[in-house]
Ligand binder design. Structure first.
Ligand SMILES: *[C@@H]1O[C@H](CO)[C@@H](O)[C@H](O)[C@H]1NC(C)=O
Ligand SMILES: *[C@@H]1O[C@H](CO)[C@@H](O)[C@H](O)[C@H]1NC(C)=O
Ligand SMILES: *[C@@H]1O[C@H](CO)[C@@H](O)[C@H](O)[C@H]1NC(C)=O
Ligand SMILES: *[C@@H]1O[C@H](CO)[C@@H](O)[C@H](O)[C@H]1NC(C)=O
Ligand SMILES: *[C@@H]1O[C@H](CO)[C@@H](O)[C@H](O)[C@H]1NC(C)=O
Length: 388
């Protein structure tokens, strides 16, 4: 019975949702057609940074990149990230980081994400805490400059423009805008305040997020694909430090429950805010994507999906009171040790205790792109059709 009505509801949502297409996209297209994005513009943190923070500061150390790129390419993983798989699924190339000055091609988009980025402006410096000096509002500022300056140079360069490494100015309004940020606002909060204090700051974090989304709309973005935040309490770098937990501190899969509860509260408020934004931004197609469920679904059923124990870390050595980060050396118990990688990264979910392996990212992306975890339930390829 439930399934039957669920099915009807699902179809209804699909039918209604196809009534309008976000402006900039081809409104004469049939609603079920593919959106044909010419470009992707991504904003976020290390979960989707394809080399921004590495270009701004220091390159990523080997063995990062070993599985797919066979060299470090600024991604905190052994290979591709979720945003790479999304680009691939849309038939678009991997995104060059805006901050990279060498070897870039922005014809089909750019990546403004930087590892350590937050939604709110941080008070600490990168040198002290590793938090990115390029929070979301600065990423939006980078986008603004990118859009204006690339249009200027593209137009100057018309003859050469089919060889241009810059996007066509008319493509900005038809592009897909992807967002994956918030995890570091929560992580910073865990270190600085009580759970109650952190919980009380979530509305402000979400408001600042919405302000930037609105800003992107004002700058012509129309199709928004917004990942919620993952189960931060499951990150092995934290769970490995838990000793003799009181009953209920960890959930049945070994994740820190209070941290995941904060992530869920963030996600709940984000989802509500997006409902409101859909009404306010009359030409926008906004999709909320439940990244949390994808990641938690993998972690809670790791074996079934072909992965080992989800608390395992592939690269680096992390104990109760020592952290030898992936690719680094350190002295532990009087001996110099190297935080190298595991024999079979494809069998492990966590690459370095915080970030996911390429294998996990592939699994997660495959569950995101078909829309089964989206609200509304549209795949990436059809996310340009505005909901009513
Ligand atoms: C929209 O689609 C129609 C039919 O496929 C095509 O003829 C037209 O050129 C498209 N318009 C734009 C602006 O892409
Ligand atoms: C930074 O410090 C100011 C002043 O103490 C405070 O209001 C603000 O919330 C802090 N920002 C973050 C991200 O913690
Ligand atoms: C532009 O593309 C056309 C068709 O592919 C090609 O013939 C022409 O040489 C290109 N022009 C430049 C300047 O690259
Ligand atoms: C260091 O010593 C402690 C206590 O003997 C042990 O539990 C831990 O595994 C050792 N760490 C490494 C990296 O060998
Ligand atoms: C989406 O893809 C995943 C992974 O391939 C699959 O398990 C799931 O059934 C798909 N859902 C839909 C609605 O197609």
């Amino acid at each position: 019975m439930d399934d039957f009505f669920g099915g009807i509801l699902f179809s209804l949502i699909l039918v209604i949702s196809y009534a309008v297409t976000a402006k900039g996209q081809n409104v004469t297209d049939s609603p079920s057609s593919s959106c044909d994005y010419p470009a992707i513009y991504n904003f976020g943190d290390s979960n989707s940074d394809t080399g921004g923070i590495a270009a701004a500061f220091f390159p990523m150390a080997a063995p990062c990149g070993e599985t797919y790129f066979h060299r470090p390419v600024g991604r905190a993983s052994d290979g591709r990230l979720i945003v790479d798989f999304i680009a691939d699924d849309l038939g678009l190339p991997f995104l060059s980081p805006y901050l990279d000055s060498v070897g870039t091609n922005f014809q089909h988009g750019a990546n403004f994400a930087t590892g350590g980025a937050t939604i709110r402006r941080p008070n600490e410096s990168w040198f002290q805490t590793g938090v990115s000096p390029f929070p979301l509002d600065i990423q939006v500022e980078h986008y603004t400059q990118f859009k204006e300056r690339s249009a200027y140079f593209y137009n100057q360069d018309k003859v050469e423009s089919n060889k241009s490494r810059l996007p066509r100015p008319e493509d900005f309004s038809k592009a897909l805008y992807t967002f994956d940020i918030g995890q570091n606002d929560l992580a910073a909060g865990f270190q600085k305040m009580s759970m109650e204090e952190l919980r009380a700051t979530i509305p402000d974090i979400i408001d600042q997020y919405a302000t930037q989304l609105q800003g992107m709309y004002d700058r012509g973005a129309r199709v928004f694909w917004i990942h919620n935040t993952g189960p931060i309490g499951c990150l092995p770098v934290s769970t490995v430090k838990v000793q003799n937990p009181v009953p209920g501190y960890l959930d049945e899969h070994g994740c820190i429950k209070s941290q995941n509860d904060i992530a869920k509260e963030f996600n709940k408020q984000l989802k509500e805010k997006l409902v409101q934004l859909r009404e306010e931004l009359s030409d926008a197609a906004i999709t909320y994507v439940d990244m949390y469920s994808a990641k938690y679904g993998l972690i809670s059923n790791a074996k079934k999906h072909g992965f080992e124990e989800p608390s395992k870390i592939c690269c680096g050595i992390h104990g109760v009171d020592n952290d030898v980060w992936c690719g680094n050396k350190a002295t532990v118990n009087g001996t110099e040790v190297y935080g190298g990688s595991c024999a079979k990264p494809s069998a492990i979910i966590s690459w370095d205790g915080v970030h996911y392996t390429e294998g996990a990212n592939r699994w997660i992306a495959s569950h995101l792109v078909n829309g089964s975890l989206s609200d509304p339930p549209v795949p990436t390829t059809r996310a340009c059709h505005r909901q009513i």
